[in-house]
Design a protein around this ligand. Structure first.
Ligand code: CDP
Ligand code: MG
Length: 650
């Protein structure tokens, strides 16, 4: 093993970045590609993962002069990909990140006046199209990873089709890692498809003989077996979600085996840790990357010879039972499975261990994943399209239209929040909500807070909610309870944490002392300042309610009354509207505190073993009736008063 890894690190050392670029499959067809782009406004480019689409296409267009009259933009469905690819390309070009080559993701703009090549999430380009409907700053737009069919990409498809018909000087390139590109070509008007010839090695596919009960355990066993077999090459394990990757068992099991570097990669991982997966392991050390489906096509790591595929991924799916989206674990599709196994055959022949049976692959998996637009809540999309002047959403040109029910349900939600009027038109509140890069309910709570005199406080809470992972995991509960817990509200607990941090001069030592991620808190501060800018721009007044935190709870209730639950037993709640049981999350300030309010509202539901409400706040039953009269009314029965579901629901 030692010999080989020395050999491969020699390879990388000896090859300059330029040589590495020239070694990529796309380089062999560079001129042909540029010709076809020259001759057509829209081109579909298909090529295996790792052929160089994401890193090279932007540079080719730059070298061919396109950046002389506008930027070359490249969209990614994932934030991590946008950041890491921009970094790589800035190195290849030899500039500092953020200068000629930059990236933009929500709440983080790493571009400058100099920027010629801009990587960004598809959500960013979508928002840019709000301000500048013809995307005049761009001479070319590459919509990367189109096969992922992310919600924003699908909406952009419909919008960009129109932009290209108005702007003959704009080039649109749509790239896909899979071969089902005919659909894209047809959608854009039978445009040409360019195939990058692949250079892949055979991959042995090994199915499980019997179904696995615990995929985490099975994956660990499989990885260790490979590791101890003495065969050469790095390992890539696909897990459905971050929790599975963080599972302690895995870390423990492999800790004792020598010369194995276990590296996680998932979208919420801090970026410095993410960068580690691309770095070479020391000589003689085998890398074992544990990834979510982020490594399926959007990130390419060289040197992978073994893939271990759990057969699952996490998808955001609209759940009619709870009336909102929930991230849940689902079996992957055959297309996913094939992409995953393909990762093992990039640098040499490889092996893929599928932790599911061949019959499950054939009979239980879908051929391809259902596009996000057909399975998630569309409230944000509806809001955006409405503000772009699309009157009848059912007539918008979608490649795969969302189910009508889904669309109507999202419009209903926006109506509840006061963003749409009875005729489906955008209200002034709705118009203001579009200004914020936030989910509609969060924008709404900010807007309401101005009238209720607690906007400065709500701004902090919204910022805290927009940044994941404030607390270090294991120690969190006790620490939070001891120091920060506000017994009636997780939202207020967040506010409390921020205020104390501020009182301690935003100190990182203070964060460490309290098991709080300093980086996350800095990010919160940054998000706060960006949201504040928007508020100032929109002439929204910033005032704090001081110590009267009841007003804050009522304000949150005004935007979240549709997510209310009523006490049923100890720690047990039921959704007021649907009667569905739901539980306090163990990390909640309210959990096991002996204080159990009759009514709470929740920020979101997470489904793991049970339906958990995450981030909850105690509210008065009367507020629910006052703020959400379309759902609730007060029932007077003798001396007790109860909130019940209004008769006039829907
Ligand atoms: O987009 P596609 O999958 O076709 O390929 P790419 O992302 O452009 O990757 C081409 C090559 O660039 C990979 O094989 C890696 O060697 C390298 N790369 C890298 O070293 N670091 C990155 N963050 C991205 C790509
Ligand atoms: Mg790519």
């Amino acid at each position: 093993m030692k010999e080989k890894s020395e050999a491969s690190s020699d390879f990388a050392k000896k090859k300059t970045l330029l040589e590495q670029r020239q070694y990529l499959p796309i380089f062999a067809v560079r001129q042909q590609l540029l010709n076809i782009i020259r001759d057509n406004s829209i081109v579909i480019v298909v090529g295996e993962t790792g052929s160089g689409k994401t890193t090279q296409l932007t540079q080719y267009l730059h070298e061919d002069g396109y950046t002389s009259y506008g930027m070359v933009g490249c969209t990614q469905p994932r934030r991590v990909a946008a950041m890491s690819v921009a970094k790589r390309v800035s190195e290849e070009i030899g500039t500092n990140l953020g200068e000629e080559v930059g990236y933009a993701i929500r709440f983080e703009d790493c571009t400058s006046e100099k920027t010629l090549i801009k990587y960004m999430t598809d959500g960013i380009l979508l928002r840019e199209s709000l301000r500048e409907s013809d995307l005049d700053h761009y001479s070319a737009v590459i919509m990367d990873e189109a096969h992922e069919r992310s919600l924003n990409t699908d909406v952009l498809f419909g919008l960009l089709r129109e932009v290209v018909s108005r702007r003959t000087d704009l080039k649109l390139i749509v790239t896909s890692a899979t071969m089902d590109s005919d659909k894209f070509a047809a959608f854009f008007g039978n445009v040409p498809i360019f195939h990058i010839p692949g250079r892949t090695f055979p991959v042995d596919i090994l199915f499980s003989k019997t179904p696995q009960e615990d995929y985490v355990e099975a994956a660990v066993k499989q990885a260790l077996q490979i590791h101890l077999s003495g065969l050469i090459g790095d390992i890539l394990i696909f897990m459905p979600g971050q929790e599975d990757i963080e599972v302690r068992d895995m870390a423990l099991a492999v800790k004792n085996a020598p010369a194995l570097a276990v590296l996680p990669i998932y979208s919420q991982l801090p970026s410095d840790l993410q960068a580690k997966i691309f770095q070479k392991a020391p000589d003689g050390v085998r890398k074992c990357i544990v990834a979510t489906n982020i490594a399926e096509t959007s990130l390419t790591v060289d040197g992978i010879m073994f893939v271990v595929d759990s057969g699952y991924c996490k998808l955001k799916v609209f759940n009619p039972r709870i009336g909102m989206d929930a991230l849940q674990v689902y079996p992957i599709s055959q297309a996913n499975a094939n992409q995953r196994s393909g990762r093992a055959g990039r640098t040499g022949p490889g092996q893929c261990y599928r932790l599911y049976t061949q019959s499950a692959y054939k009979n239980e998996m879908l051929t391809t994943t259902i596009p996000e637009i057909q399975r998630t809540n569309l409230a944000n999309v509806v809001l955006l399209l409405k503000s772009l002047g699309v009157q009848d959403l059912l007539l918008f040109h979608f490649m795969d239209p969302p189910p009508e029910d889904n669309m109507l349900n999202s419009m209903y939600q926006l109506w509840i929040l006061g963003a749409l009027d009875n005729t489906g038109g955008l209200t002034p509140t709705g118009r203001l909500m579009v200004e914020f890069p936030l989910d509609p309910a969060l924008s709404k709570v900010l807007i309401v807070s101005c009238d209720m005199g607690c906007s400065a406080d709500i701004l902090i809470i919204v910022s805290m909610l927009s940044v994941p992972a404030i607390f270090y995991r294991p120690k969190v509960r006790d620490q939070v309870r001891e120091k920060f817990a506000v017994p009636e509200s997780d939202h207020l607990t967040y506010l409390n944490v921020y205020m104390q941090w501020k009182n301690n001069n935003y100190s990182s030592a203070w964060c460490n002392e309290h098991f709080i991620h300093t980086k996350a808190m800095r990010k919160v501060r940054e998000v706060r300042s960006q949201l504040k800018d928007i508020m100032v721009q929109q002439r929204m007044n910033l005032i704090s309610c001081g110590s009267d935190w009841d007003i804050i709870r009522k304000c949150i209730c005004a935007a979240y009354f549709h997510q209310a639950a009523k006490l049923k037993g100890i720690g047990e709640y039921v959704n007021v509207r649907t009667g569905m049981p739901c539980h306090l999350h163990p990390t909640s300030s309210l959990f096991g505190m002996g204080y159990t309010p009759d009514y709470i509202i929740y920020h979101e539901l997470v489904m793991t073993t049970k339906e958990y409400m995450q981030c909850v706040t105690a509210v008065d039953g009367e507020w629910l009736a006052e703020l959400g009269p379309m759902f609730y009314s007060i029932k007077h029965a003798g001396r007790s008063r109860q909130v019940r579901q209004s008769a006039c629901k829907d």
